[in-house]
Design a binder for this molecule. Structure first.
Ligand SMILES: [Zn+2]
Length: 137
């Protein structure tokens, strides 16, 4: 589990009167454009704390963004591991399916029935093999 860093999503547009601010409560860092409220009162868009701090130092910004990048990299690593595990499961299922199909095919081929004249299990096995191979029975 990684520490969640909350960054705003809009650039800080100073020419439109917005400024960078950081919430002391939850750590959110972003443009005041994303804050809720209006006029003199504005609130953190994440936790609704009043007036996120607009005195944000460059080191604070850098450290917050670095923590965000680290958290994203850790999340990507977790997702890659989960994806790898899921892919392994899929490969195992495909291998088992292929083994069962091969065993079924052997059992069906050993029998000397003509298509349409064999017992149900044989006809069903023949049809399943044909379907698995993508052709008509
Ligand atoms: Zn907050």
């Amino acid at each position: 589990m990684t520490h969640q860093v909350k960054l705003g999503t809009k650039p800080v547009n100073g020419s439109r009167g917005y400024f960078l601010c950081k919430c002391d409560e939850c750590g959110w860092l972003g443009s005041s454009e994303e804050a809720t409220g209006g006029g003199e009162l504005y609130y953190c868009p994440i936790c609704s704390a009043q007036e996120p701090d607009e005195q944000v130092g460059a080191a604070q910004v850098f450290n917050t963004m670095l923590a965000h990048i680290d958290a994203q990299a850790a999340r990507i690593a977790e997702l890659e591991l989960a994806l790898f595990a899921e892919n392994q499961k899929r490969l195992d299922v495909e291998r088992q399916r292929d083994q069962l199909l091969a065993a079924l095919e052997k059992a069906v081929v050993r029998q000397a029935y003509k298509p349409g004249s064999g017992p149900d299990w044989w006809e069903q096995g023949r049809a399943a093999i044909a379907e698995a191979k993508g052709g008509a029975s």
